[in-house]
Design a protein around this ligand. Structure first.
Ligand code: NDP
Length: 466
């Protein structure tokens, strides 16, 4: 049977664009791609990229304070102009979107700027009614922010809205304690909004190493965020120009804006997946195997829509591996076991890879190396903020199983640490590296003695000979 395309991709985000571009430019496939919104997807248009630029903007006040600590008189006496910054941000996003589109077009991909849904295992239907057939279909539609199911939830903003605000709210409530809640609270407080963060748990960033969670929670407070733990909204009501939030404990307060950062869910609704026989998981994600293949052999899926590891670089790797496997005859699976990530809080980021201390404790024994110190740069400027670095080391093999950093530019450091960890480096390998002095990262290769040993000896460990 002759198809219109070798590959049709639904979704022009990180994973879809990479798969389309590699299939077309490297392997000569005839590729079509449909995007209903803007090319670049969540990461470029309403996620990582604008978020990080906002983090930079939000840090200017603290940078000025640090400058004053270094003798610069009058640093930071200006005021932040949201309209100017925002206009520049939107122009930058337009530029990036253009680059994504031209990257596809130059690779020979036919781009359809409209919604597409599955018609059957080999056919997509565009919003204008056009039906296009393809030998393979890749679904890369990502996820969408979720609001909690409470009365008045529609009065709350979601993360997408932060990037389209006309002006910053005077007083804002951020709900949640994950990546987005921590980063957005950091941004909003740093740009001048009085920020309250309500999180139902006992420390932000559930799933991270407990010591890092504690430091991240304390840092939010130190930069001025009113962090309320064990707190959750029960309902929202419009009141004047603001929103009245009634909390689960019965208390209520008015905010200029409420922002839900309460997780994201796969964007699979209305795509025709069930009708085409594609099996979905409990959260509506497309169930795929290790080759990103769905229950329908011609249909594949990558990125957040599969709800595996929901990070841009993972989606990119999945999209690239799919193209290599299907069109390049170079079968490549993605190893999701050891993926580094960073939360861009300020002044210190939280970065992580591998086992946390708590996870290691459960399967120990493990040696925990911790360096906790005040970085010379902020100390000199008058700050008491501590940085913390932790290595989790297998007590039997000496292999480094995890690394957790709370400190300036922790994201930059964890990227490099991902290399030796992926190669199975031992603590002795770390020790063999000569430090670069004076840096923060040198602490990672100069931790001489473990702070503690956790976890019982493995049950199946052979008994020591008598
Ligand atoms: P997360 O899953 O990280 O956090 C969701 C938060 O919302 C948790 O604190 C959760 O609480 C809370 N929550 C969930 N449901 C409710 C509810 N019904 N009522 C109250 N609180 C609730 O999601 P995010 O939205 O922060 O981020 C989504 C994804 O985006 C992440 O998985 C991450 O991979 C990605 N991301 C990555 C970034 C990075 O790499 N720097 C930056 C931003 C996003 P609890 O902990 O109790 O479950």
């Amino acid at each position: 049977m002759k198809f219109d395309y070798d590959l049709f991709v639904i979704g022009g985000g990180s994973g879809g664009v990479r798969a389309a571009r590699i299939a077309a430019s490297e392997y000569g496939a005839r590729v079509g791609l449909a995007e209903e919104s803007r090319m670049g997807g969540t990461c470029v248009i309403r996620g990582c990229v604008p978020k990080k630029l906002m983090i930079f903007a939000s840090q200017a006040g603290a940078a000025a304070a640090e400058s004053r600590g270094y003798g610069w008189q009058g640093a930071g006496e200006g005021r932040f102009d949201w309209a100017e910054f925002h206009g520049k941000l939107l122009r930058e996003l337009d530029r990036l979107e253009g680059a994504y589109t031209s990257g596809l077009v130059n690779a020979g991909v036919e781009v359809h700027m409209q919604r597409a849904r599955l018609h059957d295992a080999h056919t997509v239907e565009l919003a204008d009614g056009q039906r296009l057939s393809a030998k393979h279909i890749l679904i890369a539609v990502g996820g969408r922010p979720q609001r909690p199911d409470i009365p008045g939830k529609e009065l709350g903003l979601i993360s997408d809205d932060l990037f389209t605000l006309d002006r910053l709210p005077g007083r804002v409530l951020v709900v949640g304690g994950g990546f987005i809640a921590c980063e957005f609270a950091t941004i909003l407080q740093g740009l001048g909004s009085a920020t309250v963060l309500a999180y139902r748990g006992d420390a932000v960033l559930r799933g991270f190493d407990a010591e890092m969670r504690r430091h991240a929670t304390e840092q939010l407070r130190a930069i001025g965020v009113d962090v309320r733990l064990g707190t959750n909204p029960a309902r929202l009501d419009r009141e004047g120009a603001g929103v009245r939030v009634t909390f689960e404990d019965g208390g209520s307060e008015i905010f200029d804006a409420v922002m839900f950062a309460t997780g994201r869910a796969p964007y699979t609704k209305g795509l025709g997946l069930e009708e085409a026989g594609v099996r979905l998981g409990r959260r509506g994600e497309i169930a795929v195997d290790e080759w990103s293949q769905s229950s329908v052999p011609s249909i594949y899926a990558v990125g957040d829509v599969t709800d595996r590891v929901n990070l841009t670089p993972v989606a990119i790797r999945e999209g690239h591996s799919f193209a290599d496997t299907i069109f390049g005859a170079r079968p490549r699976k993605v190893d999701h076991r050891l993926v580094a990530s960073a939360v861009y809080t300020r002044p210190h980021e939280v970065a992580t890879i591998g086992l946390t201390e708590e996870e290691a404790e459960a399967c120990g024994p493990a040696d925990i190396y911790v360096a906790s110190f005040r970085p010379m740069r902020s100390l000199f400027a008058g700050s008491d903020a501590r940085a913390v670095m932790k290595l989790v080391v297998d007590g039997e093999t000496d292999k480094v199983l995890g690394c957790h950093i709370f400190g300036p530019e922790a994201g930059e450091m964890i990227q490099m640490i991902a290399i030796p960890l992926g190669m199975g480096a031992t603590k002795a390998d770390f020790d063999a590296a000569i430090a670069v002095h004076p840096t923060l990262a040198e602490e990672l290769v100069t931790m001489r003695k473990p702070s503690r040993r956790v976890g019982a000896a493995k049950m199946d460990k052979p008994a020591a000979s008598a």
